[in-house]
Write a protein that binds this ligand. Structure first.
Ligand code: CUA
Length: 172
């Protein structure tokens, strides 16, 4: 059977594209550190998020030497903490976020980082990250959650370890 030259060209191009798409996924997961948000955080009762063992009073907790846990409640239209007071964490430590919603689905995107998750009522999104540099990251809600969705934002401040005041954390 005779295959037209252009037909062959398109066949090759299609396979090259498929290989390239697979390569980007492999690169993303092995090199760029892209991963799925862990569901290890488990579930909570959205009507009473701190009643569950999986969730604490929102805030920053020292989890160990150089390890911090950050519990965040997302609700219409604020991150607690994050919106009224910035979330302060030290650089070059292991920071694990536990984020849940007490009303509707929200988003939690740390601009300039790969921290990005949907926040679903009843589900705790768990992400561990290490900030290499000090600086301020904007938190954006990127899931439409109601009339003031566009105003739902917050701040994460990454400070040098020597400037981090341990008074700011709750002992675990
Ligand atoms: Cu919360 Cu949009």
């Amino acid at each position: 059977m005779e295959i037209h030259r252009f037909e062959k060209l398109w066949l090759v191009a299609a396979f090259v594209l498929i290989a390239a798409f697979i390569a980007t996924i492999v690169y993303g997961s092995l090199v760029a550190g892209v991963s799925m948000v862990s569901d290890d955080g488990g579930t909570v009762d959205p009507d009473d998020i701190t009643a569950s063992e999986n969730f604490r009073e929102p805030g920053v907790y020292q989890a160990g030497d150089g390890e911090y846990d950050v519990y965040v409640e997302a609700r219409q239209f604020a991150f607690v903490p994050g919106t009224n007071s910035p979330i302060r964490v030290p650089a070059n430590t292991e920071v694990t976020f536990y984020i849940t919603s007490s009303d509707v689905t929200h988003g939690f995107d740390l601009v300039g980082t790969n921290v990005n998750t949907m926040v679903i009522p009843g589900q705790v999104a768990q992400l561990t990250v290490e900030f290499d540099e000090t600086g301020t990251h904007h938190i954006v809600c990127h899931e439409y959650c109601g009339a003031a969705h566009h105003d739902m934002e917050g701040t994460v401040e990454v400070v040098a370890q020597e400037n981090f005041d341990t008074e700011e954390v709750t002992e675990a």
